[in-house]
Design a protein around this ligand. Sequence first.
Ligand code: SG7
Ligand code: ZN
Length: 262
Amino acid sequence: WPRGIQLFNYIDPESWKYNYPICNRYRQSPIDLNPDYFRYVVDSPALKWIGYDDVPDNITIFNNGHTLELSGFWPAPSIPFITGGPLRGEYLFTQLHFHWGEDNTVGSEHTTDGSSYPLEMHMVHWKRTYGSFNEALRHPDGLAVIGLFFEIDEDPERVAPLNMIFDHIGDVREANKKVNVMPFPLTVLDVIGRQFSFMSYMGSLTTPPCLESVIWILSNFVSPVSTSQMVELRKLRLRNNDRRNYRPIQPRNDRKIFFYLN
Ligand code: SG7
Ligand code: ZN
């Protein structure tokens, strides 16, 4: 097998632990965001988005065989970053991607009080002081992933921004396909760059090797996606003919879920 290709599928995520033992540890993601375990935070600095308005030099959309992934190159040194909220220091944007299911009743990785959403978007960031994404992965506070939930909304105007990404699904239908698209600022998605209340806890990557390096930030603001956009996304061909790409919820164990009121 080519180096770097990760062999796992979504038919039996419970079996990941046999090849990737970290997937069986105590700080795994996703979890159910159960209000019974919320600790409310009222006096924290706001979560700040810096540079997301800037147009990158280019944007690439990629079917990595497990999801649809978007990455960009911003003219140095202006990579967008987040700071504040639960974060100490600056976390640089590297890519965003999506998780979905075979129909609209499932799809999100995190659930809120037991409920699923049809779509969850992840914006992956790494801590600047670790110098590289790969180094950041090795630290318990190395990554910050913003998770955004989507619910079905058939208003074409409200769902239009997502088409900046989804219009290119046809060009990357097959696994390993990549396309460069006309650059646009990430703030075309309304929720990006905005202030919202959010939940935060210490977790992991939701795919093998399930590294326990993620500070999760899950927006309490739900964004719109249409049924036809979901249908388009499901046409993406994933490795192993996977029809879904969400990991089921994992034990919370003794972790606290902080609810940041904004
Ligand atoms: C997706 O989720 C990809 C992965 C990502 C993984 O399959 O976007 O990205 C790459 C570059 O392989 O893995 C290391 C990493 O970011 C898990 O990310 S997630 O925990 O946010 N779902
Ligand atoms: Zn993800």
